[in-house]
Design a protein around this ligand. Structure first.
Ligand code: SF4
Ligand code: SF4
Length: 202
């Protein structure tokens, strides 16, 4: 873990805490930094100095920049382990989702493009049909990644990914785990309405 000094920014602290608490539905002020959340986080070793407890701390201190741009926001896998362990029932997964939205609204580029592409492709595919069709969803995801790599002239990365996906697809076919069928559901309008309601509330 890198030693990083967290600084209190009194002018922005109150507004930031209020905004994140309202949008995430989490009572951040209840956090007393016991670090039980950090002890169980499966990605904590990959996120540098920002563990779940420190993310809450950054918000309470009013450091908007570090709260919006850090590895935990992009690497959190929403496993909810931290919330299960927290004596104050603070769900960091809700906080990381909120910060991702705030980061997007502030027009900051995603720290992890693949995470943003995965999320976008998954939501789009799910909302269109009410079910995830793997070929459509993975195709959209891989296309976004390839276009991003091509724009950066990373041709080898595109080639390596194509080879990897081809091998992976073949292995899945052999195991009969590839789903070619088209899935849809009658309730997809309801799912769209729920998603819209969620967006409006956030
Ligand atoms: S477990 Fe809860 S109270 Fe303890 S540091 Fe984490 S968020 Fe704060
Ligand atoms: S929900 Fe996110 S922050 Fe919490 S333990 Fe899981 S990966 Fe870590």
């Amino acid at each position: 873990m890198t030693d990083t000094v967290l600084e209190y920014e009194p002018e922005s602290a109150g507004a930031l805490v209020k905004e994140v608490a309202r949008r995430s539905g989490q009572n951040l002020s209840a956090c007393y930094q016991c670090r039980r959340c950090a002890a169980g986080c499966p990605v904590a070793e990959e996120t540098g100095y920002v563990t779940p407890d420190r993310l809450v701390r950054l918000i309470l201190l009013g450091d908007r920049e570090k709260a919006l741009v850090n590895e935990l926001v992009w690497r959190c896998v929403s496993c909810y382990t931290c919330g299960t362990r927290c004596p104050n029932e603070i769900q960091t997964a809700r906080i990381t989702e909120t910060l991702k939205k705030m980061s997007k609204e502030a027009r900051r580029p995603p720290l992890r493009h693949k995470v943003a592409h995965f999320h976008h492709s998954f939501m789009k595919a799910g909302l269109r049909w009410g079910r995830i069709n793997e070929i459509e969803f993975m195709g959209a995801y891989e296309l976004k990644n390839a276009l991003k790599d091509l724009a950066r002239l990373r041709f080898k990365a595109v080639y390596d990914e194509m080879v990897y996906q081809a091998k992976f697809g073949l292995a899945m076919m052999k195991l009969r785990r590839m789903h070619y069928g088209f899935l849809s559901t009658k309730g997809r309008d309801e799912i769209k309405r729920l998603a819209k309601k969620g967006r409006n509330r956030a």
